[in-house]
Structure formats: C-alpha cells, structure tokens
Write a protein that binds this ligand. Structure first.
Ligand SMILES: Cc1cc2nc3c(=O)[nH]c(=O)nc-3n(C[C@H](O)[C@H](O)[C@H](O)COP(=O)(O)OP(=O)(O)OC[C@H]3O[C@@H](n4cnc5c(N)ncnc54)[C@H](O)[C@@H]3O)c2cc1C
Length: 312
C-alpha cells in the first residue's frame, strides 16, 4: 500500500499538519519519533507552563498541550507510529520512509523533526532544568522565579544578545557569559548590549556548575584564560548557545543551509524536492516558537493537499 502523506515528527508542527491533512481526508501517517529527536510530542514535553500559546489565558502545561494536539490529530484520522525514522529515499516517487522494523511508501512527506537546544551538561544542570536553567528566554523569562533577581545568559551571538536584552525587562541584572573575548553578535546588537546599564558582560567566562536548594542560587564560572573559578549569585541561567536541527537523516538528500536547517522555497514550506515539505523548527532558526511551528505545519499540510490534488 502507498500512503498519501507521511509526517515525520510530532511536535506542534507535526500534529498541526496531521490535523489539517486529516481534515482534508488524506489519512496521514505520522512517525512520532521515539529516541532520535526526543520525546513524541517534541520540545514542549520537556517544559512546564506554556503561557504564550493563544487560547489558554491561564497558560497550559507543555505535555498537556501536546496531548490535546495529539488527540485532535487522531480524531481527524491521523495514524500514529511511535518510532524513529532511520532512513528515507526521496530520489523517486513513491518515496521510502523506514524505521528499524518497517518500510513505508508515500506519495508525499512533511518533515517536522524539530531542533534540539544545545546544552552545556554542567554539574547541576539536570537538577535545575526548568527550575532556574532554561534554553528559551521568550518562553520562560516571565516566570516569577526570574522577577527582579540577577540572572545569567550564556553565549555571545545574536540570540544571546537578544535574550539578554529581553531578560532585562524582568531581571534586576543580566550577566552575559561570553566564552571568548568578543561578541559574535551583529554590531547593532553588540552596541545595545554593551550600552545597557542592566547588562554586564563577563569575557572568557564559562559556567561549569550550578547549585542551590529548591531553586537555583549560584553558578560557578571559570575564567577561560586563567582557569580561576568564581561564583555568581543568580536565580536564572539561560543557554543561548544555539540549536541543532534534527536533519541528520536528510543530509545529502535535501538542501540544507550552513547551520543544517532545511531550506524552504520563498514563502512556502516546499523543499528542493517536489512532494517533500518541511515545517517547524527544522526549517526555522529565527522564531522557534510553538505557534510558528504550528503555523508552518498548517501551511505544509495545505500545500501538500493542493499538490496531491494536482499530481494524482
Ligand atoms: C524548555 C523549552 C521550553 C519552551 N517553551 C516554549 C513556550 O513556552 N512557548 C513556545 O511557543 N515555545 C516554547 N518552546 C519552543 C517550542 O517548543 C518549539 O518551537 C516547538 O516545539 C517546535 O515545534 P516542532 O514541531 O518544530 O518540533 P519539536 O517540538 O522539536 O518536535 C520534533 C519532533 O520530531 C521528532 N523527531 C525527530 N527526529 C525524528 C525522526 N528521525 N523520526 C521521527 N520523529 C523524529 C521528535 O521526537 C519530536 O517529537 C520551548 C522549547 C523548550 C526546549
């Protein structure tokens, strides 16, 4: 049997694509993932309160939101397989999508495999993850934990600069921990950071451990030149050291940009291969939000539906 549409990945992008494709009677088959890109349900399974997804004025727990999206996809006829795709062949149609145990043929594919925030794996990171340590200022900055306390941001690029500036609205002071002796951020962002009276940049500084009690209290920082370790009293530590798009599977198959994100054409979600679309964080290193992932998941499903109607 040849599937009309296979969706790879089950974050907000994948489930939204499945809801739209299901409603268009495409009976999409989704591989939810299992190990490779994280949990079925995607990145929001690793967080607590989501306060910026429209429709939930009091906020909603990340895993709960994903459970509701999953149910909505199933309601509209999506078939779910909780496994990782380990191999694809897009060189001719029908395409091949394979797990370790299963090989599927499909006329069209939507890739929603997301991205993974890079971590430093410092001592204490696991203990304080989502309870002082975070990889998303826009998502977690408004947490009362960070209101009027000193916090630290790790990184020296544009994202780190943006996160540091954003966090000045809530924190009493923001320490920017930069591994080298210069910022990689654009000139304008550098200026904004360096001029900001609430931001202090620590050069050649890297956190090596975090401790506290029920919440984060301190971060130990090592000077990368002298090796000297100092302690910073902060209630929050934000990683802004980049994301890794989950695109290993598509290397040498699809056009990727220099950071490994799938390239899409113009304002569409189409990839360089007709019949293959990409939605969500796997093709977006700018916005990286659940709502934008869901939005592009919707676009991909509508584009796939139109394409399938024309081709078959
Ligand atoms: C801690 C944290 C908190 C966040 N909080 C917020 C917030 O409050 N608000 C907000 O808008 N955004 C938040 N975000 C960002 C948001 O989670 C992402 O932008 C969004 O989840 C991206 O959705 P996605 O569907 O593109 O991919 P993801 O959510 O990354 O999901 C990708 C899916 O693909 C699967 N997958 C990967 N590889 C394979 C494979 N080979 N085979 C099959 N499946 C595969 C994975 O298992 C996963 O299910 C947060 C992110 C993090 C890490």
């Amino acid at each position: 049997m040849i599937e009309k549409l296979v969706i790879i990945g089950s974050g907000p992008a994948g489930y939204t694509a499945a809801i739209y494709a299901g409603r268009a009677q495409l009976q999409p088959l989704m591989f939810e993932g299992f190990v490779v890109g994280g949990l079925p349900g995607g990145q929001l399974m690793t967080t607590t309160e989501v306060e910026n997804f429209p429709g939930f004025p009091e906020g909603i727990q990340g895993p709960h939101l994903m459970k509701e999206m999953r149910q909505q996809a199933v309601r509209w006829g999506a078939k779910l397989i909780t496994d990782d795709v380990v191999r694809v062949n897009f060189s001719y149609r029908p395409f091949t999508i394979a797990t370790d145990d299963l090989e599927i043929k499909a006329q069209a594919v939507i890739i929603c495999t997301g991205a993974t925030a890079k971590r430093l794996h410092i001592v204490g990171e696991q203990q304080f993850w989502n309870n002082g340590i975070s990889a998303c200022a826009i998502c977690d900055g408004t947490n009362p934990l960070f209101k009027n306390v000193e916090i630290a941001v790790v990184g020296g690029g544009d994202s780190a600069a943006e996160e540091a500036l954003y966090l000045t609205k809530y924190a009493s002071k923001v320490h920017m921990l930069v591994r080298s002796d210069r910022l990689r951020a654009s000139k304008i962002m550098q200026e904004r950071v360096l001029k900001h009276d609430k931001i202090r940049v620590h050069w050649q500084a890297l956190p090596i451990s975090a401790d506290g009690d029920d919440v984060l209290r301190n971060v130990q920082i090592q000077d990368q030149k002298s090796g000297v370790i100092t302690e910073l009293k902060v209630g929050g530590l934000f990683y802004a050291i980049g994301h890794t798009p989950n695109t290993q599977l598509f290397q040498d198959i699809l056009d990727l940009d220099d950071k490994g994100y799938i390239k899409t054409i113009g304002k569409s979600t189409a990839t360089n291969i007709a019949g293959v679309w990409a939605a969500g964080d796997v093709q977006d290193h700018i916005y990286r939000q659940a709502i934008t992932a869901a939005g592009t998941g919707c676009m991909a499903a509508l584009e796939a539906e139109r394409w399938l109607a024309e081709i078959y």
